[in-house]
Design a protein around this ligand. Structure first.
Ligand SMILES: NC(=O)c1ccc[n+]([C@@H]2O[C@H](COP(=O)([O-])OP(=O)(O)OC[C@H]3O[C@@H](n4cnc5c(N)ncnc54)[C@H](O)[C@@H]3O)[C@@H](O)[C@H]2O)c1
Length: 244
């Protein structure tokens, strides 16, 4: 049974992929700063802030002592900030970059050490990026009060896409495959109103926002045993939005 460590497992995407992967008989180690959302014999939850370096080191020491292997790492936890860029505070930028970029770097390093220690033969790392790591949000579709993604969120996701390529080349000799999934906006009626969704999908050739199943499908393809050759890629899941 393969073990997958998923950060941000209690969030919207995290919950969905955790449940689906449990159904597919993976063992999940979930990390989140908020609460666990299910109980399952194959789900081990750690309330862990991914920006807490010492906490993460302790956790991986615990894995070392228990001889706990991690076959796959999913860097999914992220934060954003929605205040206008002209009012950007250093604190907001630092938190976004620390969570979305530095924590991923730190987790990848710890994952590789665990990989070596456990003498694993193949490893997979999936970074969850965003379409806004490639293109800028179309500010014309946002009304006052809508959550428009910030410059610092975009920069953090662009950074994650580059890190994917960097690690893919450097970790190839260990047979660790590193890929990124960059989704467009996921439809969530609690977060977006009807008017916004209508305007957003005008920019999408497939005329809808992304679904959680769309993301799971690509994740499952990347982590599947049959994927032994795809690495260093950024799989864009935006219904064609960036292809106009
Ligand atoms: N929802 C979308 O439309 C969308 C689109 C493109 C990309 N993404 C990306 O998908 C990923 C998941 O997004 P989501 O929509 O599920 O977000 P979400 O806010 O629902 O979930 C994020 C989870 O990460 C956790 N988290 C945040 N900071 C943390 C920290 N420091 N330590 C530990 N846990 C932390 C939160 O508690 C939360 O449970 C993110 O990387 C996001 O950027 C989301």
């Amino acid at each position: 049974m393969k073990t997958i460590l998923i950060t941000g497992c209690s969030g919207e995407i995290g919950q969905f992929i955790t449940k689906k992967l449990l159904e597919k008989k993976y063992r999940i180690i979930g990390l989140d700063k908020s609460k666990p959302f299910i109980k399952n014999k194959n789900f081990i939850f750690y309330k862990q802030d991914v920006t807490d370096e010492n906490g993460l080191k302790k956790l991986f020491n615990e894995f070392k002592n228990k001889r706990q292997r991690i076959d796959i790492l999913v860097n999914n936890a992220a934060v954003s900030v929605f205040t206008p860029f002209l009012k950007r505070k250093k604190k907001e930028a630092t938190k976004t970059l620390n969570t979305n970029v530095y924590a991923s770097i730190h987790l990848i390093n710890l994952f590789v050490k665990n990989f070596d220690l456990m003498n694993l033969k193949i490893g997979k790392i999936i970074n969850i990026g965003s379409i806004y790591g490639l293109i800028s949000p179309d500010y014309r579709i946002y009304n006052k009060g809508d959550r428009i993604n910030s410059e610092v969120y975009g920069a953090s996701k662009a950074g994650l896409i580059q890190l994917t390529k960097y690690y893919a080349t450097f970790l190839a000799k260990k047979n660790i495959l590193v890929n990124c999934i960059s989704p467009g906006g996921i439809e969530n009626k609690k977060k977006q109103n009807k008017a916004f969704i209508k305007k957003y999908i005008k920019n999408v050739p497939l005329k809808r926002m992304a679904s959680l199943s769309d993301i799971f499908f690509v994740l499952f393809f990347l982590i599947s045993e049959e994927n032994k050759y795809m690495t260093g890629q950024n799989l864009i899941l935006d219904g064609g939005m960036s292809s106009w």
